[in-house]
Design a binder for this molecule. Structure first.
Ligand code: COA
Length: 238
């Protein structure tokens, strides 16, 4: 069985992990001088979507003018830093070993369903502090949607709006690309803030219905959400 751990959890397991996640102290990480400087910067950073941002027309990047946080498409040379970030972000859930999300990402980069513009990094002072990826998924085998995940923000930078900024960026890119909807499996108290609703009542059925309300969908622009059975990109195996 391939895929991320969180795709195989029952809803109750997921809830217990969420509780543990917030009951435990974050492990600190030691980094180089650049990371230390970015960490210092993080203490002052609070990203709000209302902050003026400018889009670089040629590259399609967004830059938060006040905090100098850059959201841009992932490039090949970013991948080692993304792996480190994802390993740190999911460390609590991995209980010692390497989080499954690290290997999953490698498989997603290599699969047919990878779409580069939907792999986005967040940088503060040139340090990658956040990453999100959405890959091609299918409803009933022939209706294309996007499947979002994993998303990760460096533990030192969490709670500052970076996760939200990445979700909004993926949404904006998906709308611009004419996508019809985004599907994800995640925390029921977090993603609804960004417009996600339970997918099963909307007629989008996962391969494991025990995911319940953790399986969510975002309708994009004026496009109606299609209905059917959703299958993620091949590396997820679900
Ligand atoms: C989930 C994650 C990407 C959010 O990124 P972030 O930059 O910290 O999020 P934001 O700053 O936009 O939002 C912070 C808010 O989200 C809430 N939040 C963060 N993670 C949450 C979770 N797992 N469940 C519920 N709420 C969560 C915080 O409590 C905070 O709430 P507040 O605004 O009321 O204080 C980040 O916490 C992370 O990388 N977690 C570890 C990896 C992970 O679990 N990824 C998701 C897999 S489904």
């Amino acid at each position: 069985m391939r895929g991320a751990l969180w795709f195989y959890m029952s809803a109750s397991e997921l809830i217990s992990i969420i509780q543990t996640l917030y009951g435990e102290l974050r492990t600190s990480f030691s980094g180089d001088a650049g990371e230390a400087s970015a960490r210092k910067r993080a203490e002052k950073l609070t990203y709000t979507p209302s902050v003026p941002r400018s889009r670089n027309k040629a590259r399609g990047d967004y830059r938060d003018k006040v905090h100098n946080m850059l959201l841009r498409t992932e490039e090949l040379e970013d991948r080692p830093a993304i792996s480190k970030l994802v390993a740190r972000a999911f460390a609590d859930q991995a209980k010692g070993g390497e989080p499954g999300e690290v290997a999953l990402l490698e498989q997603l980069y290599a699969c047919d369903e990878y779409i580069q513009q939907f792999s986005v990094v967040a940088l503060v002072e040139d340090q990658i502090v956040g990453h999100v990826i959405a890959t091609r998924g299918w409803l009933d085998g022939d209706v294309p949607l996007l499947g979002l995940g994993p998303i990760a923000v460096d533990p030192e930078f969490q709670g500052k709006g970076i996760g939200g900024a990445l979700l909004n960026e993926i949404r904006d890119r998906a709308i611009a690309a004419g996508e019809r909807g985004i599907i994800l499996l995640g925390h029921t108290t977090y993603y609804p803030r960004f417009g996600y609703v339970p997918a099963i009542p909307a007629g989008i059925i996962p391969s494991d219905v025990s995911w319940g309300d953790h399986f969510m969908a975002l309708q994009l622009g004026d496009k109606e959400l299609p209905q059917g059975k959703f299958i993620y990109a091949a590396p997820f195996g679900v």
